[in-house]
Design a protein. Structure first.
Length: 539
């Protein structure tokens, strides 16, 4: 409680101090001095006990008033200093506002020195703390090259500050060594693939030793696992499917182990089936074989499908080639390989088909030549020895028209020079109503024009008003008409006209070209014989 309040209250009630002292404190008696000293003593004791709220009465005058004012200023200064120290302790010590400093607002004497001392204390406490904080902050950012300097602003650290700095620097050094070793082992094992690496940190203890042991244990376990996996993988690469991963593992490594061992089993089944199909198809010649690998999926299923597709394609291709080859050996040249193929099999297919085409062309050409030669010889032999032109014309058309797949035909003979013109020698399937005329002038119609130009005429796509080819069942406009001159020593002996419902082939045209020369010889021979007979008769 405030000590001056009871004192002031007592003075106010009595109007004077005990022993006759007046309220203003002026008294020459011993009792007045005693009362004033007790008030001062009480306030001094309160201030001594740390109560800076006490004050001497402010209404004293004279010497007592000066004493009271001076005392009150001292107490107020101490109170302000206590509050400032409390504030500095709060904002600097607890709130961490390191830039805050004490302000006593007493610019002289010990007060100023106390202010400077307090602020110097704060600076001295903050400098090593800041230095330690800087080093630890660098560590937190992964920079282990920074350490705590053992002198701050040219002054060496001492006592607890030196001890703390030394501990922090030792920690940073140990962290650096530990990090370097762990990094080296991680690089050798993880990047360079050098297994069995071990971290060595001499003098490590506690958690550092535990960390080193944990890293080395991890490396040892990883080495054993990877080497076992590598051993199996190498065996698979070398075609040995008898090995499996046997190392004791857990977690994802266990999943990897089971996956690889399953892969080995699937490879075994797949390899066995592929070998069987390859042997049956490639070695034993049993086409149509298919690999069966139950339970496969993904790439294994795709591989099995590809092998089966290969076997199926090979089966279809070989069977198609064999079927066509068998047909060729039996003389059937109408077949060709139609199966889809690519690569060398496609080349083989194309070569065989080309060979068959060449064989067919050669055979057709030989057949055509045989047909041409045979029919030329037959027709020429048939006409030789004939003495009647009408008979020759009739026989010629009767044989020639069906031979070249025609349906209608006529032959006009050139008359003598005394009577220039052309007379119908014979007709085949002529229309009785719209048939060919009996006589034609040279140059009249295609037949007459052919006699003038002495060259073959082949007409296609005839108009609808053309003389039709008739039978008992139908009548039709011919598709092609050919007009051929029959020459002997460049003289027209006759003109043959043939009509067909189909196109004349190259063989037909070749036969007609060569046959007209033979017909010219026959007609000339008969004419010469007839003239000789007429001459003899006249004689």
């Amino acid at each position: 409680m405030e000590i001056h309040e009871p004192v002031a209250t007592t003075l106010k009630k009595n109007g004077r101090m005990k022993g006759g002292a007046k309220r203003n404190g002026h008294s020459n008696g011993a009792a007045g001095t005693f009362v004033d000293l007790r008030i001062i003593l009480a306030t001094l004791q309160a201030m001594r006990d740390g109560d800076f709220s006490v004050r001497l009465p402010g209404d004293w005058t004279g010497l007592e008033g000066k004493i009271a004012d001076t005392f009150n200023e001292i107490v107020a200064a101490n109170q302000m200093m206590a509050q400032e120290l409390k504030r500095i302790g709060q904002v600097v010590g607890k709130e961490g506002k390191a830039r805050e400093r004490a302000r006593f607002n007493q610019p002289q004497g010990a007060w100023r020195e106390m202010e400077v001392s307090v602020n110097t204390l704060v600076d001295d406490l903050l400098r090593p703390t800041t230095e330690i904080t800087r080093a630890i902050a660098a560590v937190a950012q992964g920079n282990l090259t920074q350490t705590v300097r053992l002198d701050v602003d040219g002054r060496p650290l001492e006592g607890e500050f030196l001890r703390s700095a030394t501990i922090v620097n030792t920690m940073i050094q140990q962290l650096g060594v530990f990090t370097a070793e762990v990094t080296r082992v991680a690089r050798e094992v993880g990047s360079d693939g050098k297994l069995d690496g071990q971290a060595q940190v001499s003098g490590a203890s506690g958690v550092w030793k535990d960390l080193i042991d944990s890293v080395n244990a991890m490396v040892g376990t990883l080495t054993a696992q990877v080497r076992n996996i590598a051993e199996v993988a190498t065996a698979i690469a070398n075609g040995d499917l008898s090995k499996k991963i046997t190392v004791d593992v857990r977690g994802e490594m266990l999943q990897l182990k089971e996956t690889l061992n399953t892969m080995v089993d699937q490879l075994n089944r797949f390899a066995g089936e592929v070998t069987r199909v390859a042997r049956e198809v490639g070695a034993d010649g049993k086409l149509g074989g298919q690999a069966v690998v139950p339970g496969v999926a993904g790439a294994w299923k795709d591989l099995t499908g590809n092998v089966n597709l290969l076997a199926d394609n090979l089966t279809r291709q070989v069977r198609a080639i064999a079927e066509v080859a068998t047909a060729v050996t039996k003389g059937d040249l109408t077949r060709s390989i139609q199966v889809e193929a690519s690569g060398e099999v496609a080349e083989l297919k194309d070569n065989i088909n080309t060979m068959i085409d060449n064989l067919r062309l050669t055979t057709d050409r030989n057949t055509e030549q045989d047909w041409l030669k045979t029919n030329l010889a037959r027709l020429t032999g048939m006409l030789q020895g004939q003495r009647d032109l009408a008979t020759v014309g009739r026989m010629l058309l009767s044989e020639l028209v069906p031979l070249v797949n025609a349906q209608q035909g006529v032959i006009y003979q050139m008359e003598t020079e005394q009577e220039p013109g052309m007379v119908l020698l014979s007709a085949f399937a002529d229309d009785g109503q719209d048939g060919h005329p009996r006589h034609l002038r040279v140059g009249e119609g295609l037949i007459g024009q052919c006699a003038v130009e002495k060259r073959r005429m082949l007409i296609s796509d005839l108009p609808t008003h053309t003389v039709p080819i008739r039978s008992g069942l139908f009548q039709a406009i011919p598709k092609n008409v050919i007009v051929l001159p029959v020459l002997f020593e460049d003289q027209v002996k006759a003109v043959i006209e043939l009509a067909s419902l189909n196109a004349f082939t190259a063989s037909h045209l070749a036969l007609l070209e060569q046959l007209t020369a033979s017909i010219g010889i026959v007609l000339n021979s008969i004419e010469a014989t007839m003239q000789t007979e007429v001459t003899w008769e006249r004689i």
